[in-house]
Ligand binder design. Structure first.
Ligand code: ADP
Ligand code: MG
Length: 252
């Protein structure tokens, strides 16, 4: 069968900060249901690429096509409305609200009923919120305060919050940062299952190459803003240029 049509097409994306070319003519594609890992040494331009994709910053040049729409230069809110979700590197939950209420707040935001959410959240779309919690294995913690959760559990709640927006593409910049190796694998296995079930595309960064090789369908390797390699985990694992780019870098 022919390869699936790309959901996301990034074309010649570039961003400069003063004299630094942080992202340099980057192009790649990602199909629905697939997981693409963006890897590279510290400072390679991974987070800048994410920030361009979610509209935090505007590109100097290039296109970001989601299906037929060019997202380049749109605001984060507009990009979110087009079906691009994201998770945050630092905890983005309300610690003094329950797990369930955090999901209900996300559903209120999705439904554009954010106004006075702190009063409205209770009882809002409880069935849907519980279903989202079940999808990330957190249904038994629905009544607990987010502030008392273990770090790995907060990451699961954040994932459910992102899913509340029904993303077609989910951007995850270091979703497993601060987790142990088994926790990283468990989180990415969960993301893999959600990508399959929802036909959702995932773009993620991750420092552990073990985790990347185990869960990504394809990998794009950045160094100093440029793509130095792209391919399947099998291709990247044996790529000489990737090995040398990582030499001397403890953080990849
Ligand atoms: P990575 O996520 O791969 O570690 P980043 O995208 O965060 O890399 O950074 C790429 C380069 O761009 C780094 O040299 C970083 O210092 C620089 N950079 C990132 N954001 C800014 C900014 N807002 N202003 C100036 N320089 C930045
Ligand atoms: Mg980064």
């Amino acid at each position: 069968p022919p390869p699936p049509a790309a959901l996301l097409r990034v074309e010649n994306l570039s961003k400069r900060f003063g004299g630094l070319q942080a992202v340099d003519n980057v192009s790649f594609e990602l199909a629905a249901g697939q997981m693409l890992a963006l890897i590279g040494p510290n400072g390679a331009g991974k987070s800048t690429t994410f920030n361009l994709l979610n509209g935090q910053i505007a590109p100097d040049q290039g296109h970001i096509r989601l299906a037929n729409i060019d997202l380049a230069g749109l605001s984060p809110r507009e990009i979110g409305r087009q079906g691009v979700g994201r998770t945050f590197q630092t905890a983005a939950v309300f610690g003094s609200f329950s797990v369930l209420e955090n999901i209900q707040i996300a559903l209120l935001a999705r439904d554009r009923r954010l106004f006075s959410f702190w009063r409205k959240a209770q009882g809002y779309r409880t069935d849907e919120a519980m279903d989202l919690l079940a999808q990330v294995g957190m249904q038994d913690s629905a009544g607990r305060l987010c502030g008392v959760l273990a770090y790995g559990d907060i990451k699961r709640v954040e994932l459910a919050i992102a899913l509340a927006g029904r993303p077609r593409l989910l951007l995850m910049d270091e979703p497993a940062a601060g987790m142990t190796a088994p926790e990283r694998h468990a989180l990415m296995a969960l993301v893999r299952r959600l990508a399959d079930e929802r036909d959702m595309a995932i773009l993620f960064t991750e420092h552990s190459l073990d985790v990347v090789f185990a869960h990504a369908n394809s990998i794009v390797v950045l160094a100093q803003g440029r793509i130095i390699a792209a391919g399947t985990p099998g291709e990247i694992r044996t790529h000489e240029g990737v090995r040398s780019a990582y030499l001397g870098s403890t953080r990849v």
